[in-house]
Write a protein that binds this ligand. Structure first.
Ligand SMILES: Nc1ncnc2c1ncn2[C@@H]1O[C@H](COP(=O)(O)OP(=O)(O)O[C@H]2O[C@H](CO)[C@@H](O)[C@H](O)[C@H]2O)[C@@H](O)[C@H]1O
Length: 486
């Protein structure tokens, strides 16, 4: 089988720039796909961090005016990843978060910044890069939604297009007056084009024009077809029928490898689970908790937002404490939640502690040292922290939604009788059901043999990219064949 070339287009990519799970996926896909016969190059904006990391970056295309200034496309590598970089200093040479200015608000020119990324992707797809044209362009989230629209209106042969929805909550909507300035033709102003409730919808455009739509779990793919989960886009998603599929995420099992993790004091595997106790003690010490091997220690690693349901956990801190458990939280986000968890920590010294911030190395210690990881999300397209938790034997306690429903097997009596069960699920996502799950988890913790069996099952779950990568490769090949190229 001949190799396929795919251009992935992403607004963030681990380890270069990361604000969330999208970066992890964009960073892991190229390596995961190589054994599947797919050569993936990733197009990213030339943020300062990307420009610093880029090696052998030579200019392969010049654009005289890319939304207000000159730009170049650089080809090179970073951390072994093949990159194309949009070097457009007037749009991307800004420090800090890729989306937000120093005042914490979206950069006002974000529509142009991400239209520029999409525009360059479309140019590459149309063959403007001498000697290289991808078979497929794979876009991610609203920031790259216009790729397929630019290609559709170009009226020239184009590659197949795929868009992956990592989070339907972020849709990228902007005023209709930007239609011309964004280089979209007048006829695109229609429901069959980029128009979405009187605005230009970047994600809407991606869903409308891409040949295939994927999202990051089968359950989320089903949820977004419904009015309850579709966030206004369910009608369009239903209309796309079988073009919409769910493919679960994996995690990079070389980065998240408890047996060889340099970021934890006592690496362990399923046969040396006892060593985990050292990691637990180190975590308790690091967070200033009582170093107590008998206390059930919960971890949370999360953005603090409505999606993640952590307000529910905050409301049930009393229940958690009453079971004798401890909690460490690593996260940042909404001020009210940050304040709430800091207050909870102050009210329960030695039992509850939090670190407000983003700390990748500390996330490894939380996974290795916690007995259980709580993920009470209201919706969760896939979720990556529970996959890491499975691998590290931190029993996931999760809401039964989206990818959390698909990746965790609830350790109810039937499952345990069958030797299955990798975590605890609760549904519906309410404070009351979360409280019930905390009590059920504490009961299980008292039965240490049962607990260890769940941990072992969890650690044996395949959370690697191998299966998902084969699915993506199959999708690309089917698409190329359907378009008459295979
Ligand atoms: N304070 C902190 N310190 C250190 N690390 C932290 C951290 N807060 C979060 N992280 C890390 O950031 C990543 C978050 O990924 P998730 O998939 O859990 O959620 P996110 O909502 O960002 O992603 C969206 O996209 C992904 C990818 O498709 C979907 O899995 C998900 O459901 C969807 O909401 C994880 O790797 C986690 O460890």
């Amino acid at each position: 089988m001949s190799r396929l070339t795919v251009l992935s287009v992403a607004s963030e990519m681990f380890p270069l720039v990361k604000t969330g799970g999208l970066a992890d996926v964009a960073g892991a896909l190229p390596r995961a796909l190589a054994p599947e016969g797919v050569d993936m190059t990733t197009l990213v904006p030339g943020y300062p961090a990307v420009m610093r990391a880029l090696e052998h970056g030579g200019s392969v295309l010049a654009v005289a005016d890319l939304f207000g200034g000159p730009a170049r496309v650089l080809s090179g590598t970073a951390d072994g990843l093949a990159l194309l970089v949009v070097d457009a200093p007037h749009l991307f040479d800004r420090p800090g978060n890729p989306y937000l200015g120093p005042d914490g608000r979206d950069w006002p020119d974000n529509p142009f910044r991400f239209a520029a990324l999409a525009r360059v992707a479309a140019m590459i797809g149309l063959g403007d890069l001498p000697g290289w044209r991808p078979d497929v362009i794979h876009a991610h989230d609203w920031q790259t939604g216009l790729v397929a629209a630019y290609l559709a209106y170009a009226d020239r042969p184009r590659p197949g297009t795929v868009i992956t929805v990592h989070n339907l909550a972020f849709q990228g909507q902007f005023g209709p007056e930007l239609l011309g300035p964004l280089g979209l033709p007048p006829q695109s102003w229609s429901v069959a084009g980029v128009e979405y409730y009187g605005q230009i919808g970047f994600l809407k455009a991606g869903l409308q024009f891409s040949d295939r739509i994927t999202t990051v779990s089968p359950s989320y793919a089903a949820e977004i077809r419904t009015p309850a989960g579709g966030m206004g886009l369910d009608g369009l998603i239903r209309a796309r029928g079988a073009d919409v599929v769910g493919i679960l995420n994996g995690i990079d099992d070389t980065v998240w490898d408890p047996a060889g993790d340099p970021l934890i004091p006592a690496p362990f595997d399923v046969k040396t689970l006892k060593r985990r106790g050292h990691d637990k003690a180190a975590l308790q010490e690091r967070f200033g908790l009582a170093v107590d091997p008998e206390a059930l220690l919960y971890g949370v690693i999360s953005r603090l937002s409505w999606q993640k349901g952590l307000d529910l956990l905050l409301g049930e801190i009393g229940t958690l404490a009453a079971t004798g458990a401890q909690l460490v939280l690593l996260g940042s986000g909404e001020t009210a939640l940050e304040r709430g968890f800091l207050e909870a920590a102050a009210a329960h010294p030695g039992r509850i502690a939090c670190r407000i911030g983003y700390d990748e190395p500390l996330a490894h210690l939380v996974q290795a040292g916690s007995d259980a990881l709580i993920v009470p999300s209201r919706f969760e397209p896939c979720g990556l922290t529970q996959l890491c938790a499975l691998r590290y034997g931190a029993v996931p306690v999760v809401a039964r939604v989206g990818g959390l429903a698909d990746t965790i097997v609830d350790a109810n009596e039937m499952a345990r009788a069958a030797g299955a069960g990798t975590g605890i699920q609760f549904s519906p996502v309410t404070a009351e059901m979360l409280a019930g799950a905390l009590i059920r988890t504490a009961d299980l913790w008292r039965d240490r043999d049962a607990w260890t069996r769940i941990q072992r099952n969890a650690m044996k779950t395949d959370v690697s990219w191998r299966r998902p990568a084969a699915r993506y490769a199959g999708l690309y090949r089917d698409l190329v064949a359907a378009r008459g190229g295979g």
